[in-house]
Structures are given as C-alpha cells and as structure tokens.
Design a protein around this ligand. Structure first.
Ligand code: PMP
Length: 354
C-alpha cells in the first residue's frame, strides 16, 4: 500500500478515482465517455453547474461573488488578476512569503506599481511576516495563504478592508474561511480540488470592469463569468473529477469536518517531529502549515537512509523541495490519518535503529 505525501498533483480519494474511471468508460449510463461528449451537451453543463454549486455551498460563497473554472493554472492568475484589478498607474500591495508569491509579484509588475510591504525572504521564508501596513491608495493586498514549498501558512488573514486577493492553491477547502473577507480567491485544482487542468476563481463582481484596460477575452473575468466558464472548451475531465471530489467532501461533512481531521493529522506529525531527536521542523512554530509539513534531520547524512526507509514503508513523495531540503509531507484532504500514522511510526522505528 502506498501513502502519497506528494505536493501536487497529489492524492485524491480512492473512491473518486474509481468513479472517475467509470465516467471515462460510460458516463452516467449514456453509453459514452465523459471524454467524448460535447462540453455543450446538457450532461456536461450539469457537471459544470454542480461543480460550481458545490464550491458555493462548501465555502458559503455569499451573493455578489462569481465562481468560475479557468485554465492556465494558478500561474496564469498571477498575471490575470493584476490585468483585471489594477488600473493603469495604480498600486497594489503584496506580501512575499515564498516562491509562489515572488512569481505573483513579478507578473503583477507588468501591470502597475507593486509595493512589497512585507517579506520573509531574510530567513528563507520560514515565517509569516506580521508587521506591515497597507497603503491607503493600494488597490488590493495579495498574499499566498499556504506556502507549499516552505511550509508556512497564514493562520490569521491580513486585514485589508475587504480588498484581499489570495492564492489559496494549496489550502483551499482544508479549513473554513470567510469568503466575504476577500475580493478574489484563486487556486490551481491539483491539490484539494481535483486533477491538474482547471483553476478555480472566486471573485467579487463589483470589483471588476474598473481598470479602463482592454482585456483579451480569455483573460477577462467578466467575459468568463458571462460565458459561465465555457468561453472556450473547458478542461472537461478536470472539472468532472473536481465535481466528484467536492461531492466526496460534502458527504464527509464538508470543510468544517475535514478541518478537524486536518488538524489531527498535522498535530500527529508535528508532535513526532518535536519529540524525535533525529528530526526538526524548518519553520516558525506558530506559522506551521497544516497542509505542507517541512522538516529536516539534525544529521543531514541520515536523510537519504530515512527517505529510503520511509519509502520501504510505502511513504512516497516526502522528499523536500530543493530550496528547503530534507522532507515535506503534504497532508491534503484526501490523505487519511492512517497514512500519517505510518509515517510517524517510520520515524519512531528509524530513531530506534539509529
Ligand atoms: N501557488 C501555489 C501556492 C502553488 O502551490 C502552486 C503550485 N504548486 C502554484 C501557485 C502554481 O500552480 P500552477 O502549477 O497551477 O500554475
């Protein structure tokens, strides 16, 4: 049995994989594959509608917000959001907490003045900056809620009087959020939503159409909203499996229920990291991510042997990103707590042997 701690694309529930495979062979008893029907067919329109309805229900999206599925990954959103939100000659604020925020900043600079009001680069992005002020003339404040590579997470969101824009690629649907606090939320699908290929965007309608820019249709949120995520052919399979996965989450009791499980999973692993003298965490304790647990060994020479030992126990995908080293265990929604227990046992056994 494999325990998949990979950072993304990553584990999805086994039952979702099974249902997805049925859909590939015979979608809803149509005698056709989900891959061969028209995206304009009522059967697929129903899939898109249900996926969007589930996002709204699971996150309690209030009236006045639109939910769309796009393509291009979270990386395209780095540019698209600035294109749509930042008027010529205006300024936006960014908090830099890692690789993904840095990329978001670089892309946004193509569209206006970007004020990096806080950064944790001085300590290899191992903490969440807490001391900053957002300039009154800033159009929005952008941050990355979970830093997939460095293993830090905002446990309290910045206060920017509603003008918050957030990359939630690696922690959306892992915990309860108040969508009304945000102007825009975006996330690549391939962690807690579904397979790679779709990108979820939740945007407050009233902030759109104010830049005075002419925006190419594919990059224009308003056009994508009025076309109901079907301006062009959507990533049908990714949307379909995302819908199945959101159904799974709803059946489990929704975000509130999964949050409790996620807290228990993270607690179990961090407790072992802190207890076991061979290991240590890499981030400020108060900013530790519940989704991306980064840790190293006191003796770096033991890292390769531990990686091998953990792999023998079925724990895969735990090699850390090269910018942090050591290990990263991603504890996304679909990862059962039993998998975390297997990793913790491997750490304990490895300690006994070393
Ligand atoms: N933001 C975050 C927080 C991520 O973790 C990732 C991918 N791991 C990205 C953005 C980039 O996403 P994509 O590959 O969908 O462009």
């Amino acid at each position: 049995m494999k325990h998949n701690f990979g950072a993304g694309p990553c584990i999805l529930p086994q039952e979702v994989f099974k249902q997805a495979s049925y859909g590939v062979l015979d979608f809803n008893d149509t005698g056709l594959s989900i891959l061969e029907i028209s995206h304009r067919a009522p059967e697929f329109v129903a899939v898109m509608d249900e996926a969007i309805a589930l996002v709204k229900e699971l996150l309690n999206v209030p009236a006045g917000y639109s939910v769309i599925f796009l393509q291009g990954g979270a990386s395209l959103q780095f540019a698209m959001l600035a294109y749509n939100l930042l008027p010529e000659g205006k300024k936006a604020s960014y908090i830099n907490t890692g690789v993904w925020s840095t990329k978001a900043i670089e892309e946004a600079r193509l569209f206006g003045e970007i004020d990096v009001i806080a950064s944790s680069k001085d300590k290899n992005f191992s903490y969440i900056p807490k001391d900053y002020t957002v300039a009154a003339d800033s159009t929005y404040l952008h941050f990355t809620s979970n830093n997939t590579i460095f293993g830090t997470e905002f446990h309290t969101f910045p206060d920017a009087k509603n003008h918050l824009v957030c990359d939630m690629s690696s922690d959306i649907f892992s915990k309860e959020i108040n969508v009304a606090d945000f102007d825009l939320i975006y996330a690549g699908a391939q962690k807690n939503i579904g397979p790679a290929g779709a990108t979820l965007v939740i945007v407050k309608d009233e902030i759109l159409g104010k830049t005075g820019r002419a925006i190419p249709s594919m990059l224009d949120y308003q056009k994508q909203i009025s076309a109901e995520s079907m301006y062009n052919t959507p990533p049908v399979f990714s949307v379909y499996v995302s819908m199945l996965n959101l159904r799974w989450l709803k059946a489990k009791g929704g975000v509130d229920a999964i949050e409790k499980e996620n807290i228990a999973k993270a607690k179990s692993l961090y407790t072992e990291i802190d207890r076991n003298p061979l290991f240590k965490g890499t981030t400020a304790v108060e900013d530790r991510s519940m989704m991306s647990v980064c840790f190293v060994m006191e003796n770096p020479e033991l890292e390769k042997p531990f990686l091998k030992y953990a792999e023998e126990k079925g724990c895969i995908g735990i090699k850390g990103h090269r910018s942090v080293g050591g290990f990263r265990a991603s504890l996304y929604n679909a990862l059962p707590i039993t998998s975390v227990h297997v990793l913790v046992e491997a750490m304990q056994e490895f300690q006994e042997k070393n």
